[in-house]
Ligand binder design. Structure first.
Ligand code: ZN
Length: 148
């Protein structure tokens, strides 16, 4: 395993073991459930949005290490961002995970730890679930279900 690969692995393991913002949020004004039947990942994403600003974001649920780490990293990255920034980051992450173009390392920061997932096509949906669910929540779509 390369050094970089090992670092990626560590970031994912760390977020899985100690997920950030892993809680229910009663005051949330946007919320959606995401389900990836391929793997059994189930997440709920909560957002507190004030005007254009994501004041708070949290998630709950259960799933594999990749789905949980991705959700954890997502919440850590989107807190305090605008809707437009969240949408742009969704695009970046989606492109990175589906192998469309090179990820913008500067903008994505530690999220690039997820890039290795694209070598495992069956796990890509694990990593994108939280992001699609977040987008659904922002757009008023309360349920995001991936097809098998
Ligand atoms: Zn999974």
């Amino acid at each position: 395993m390369s050094e970089l690969r090992e670092l990626y692995q560590q970031v994912i393991l760390d977020h899985n073991k100690a997920p950030r913002n892993f809680r229910e949020m009663d005051e949330a004004n946007h919320k959606a459930d995401g389900h990836n039947p391929l793997c059994g990942d189930e997440l709920t994403v909560f957002l507190l949005v004030d005007g254009d600003l994501i004041e708070d974001i949290a998630f709950q649920g259960h799933g594999c290490a990749i789905s949980k780490a991705s959700a954890s990293m997502m919440t850590a990255n989107l807190k305090g961002k605008t809707r437009a920034e969240a949408e742009a980051m969704f695009e970046d992450v989606h492109n990175m995970l589906t192998g469309k173009g090179e990820p913008d390392g500067e903008r994505l920061g530690r999220l690039t730890a997820l890039a290795g997932v694209r070598d495992f096509p069956t796990r890509v949906k694990c990593a994108t679930l939280a992001w699609h669910t977040m987008k659904g929540a922002l757009e008023g779509d309360p349920e995001v279900v991936f097809s098998e």
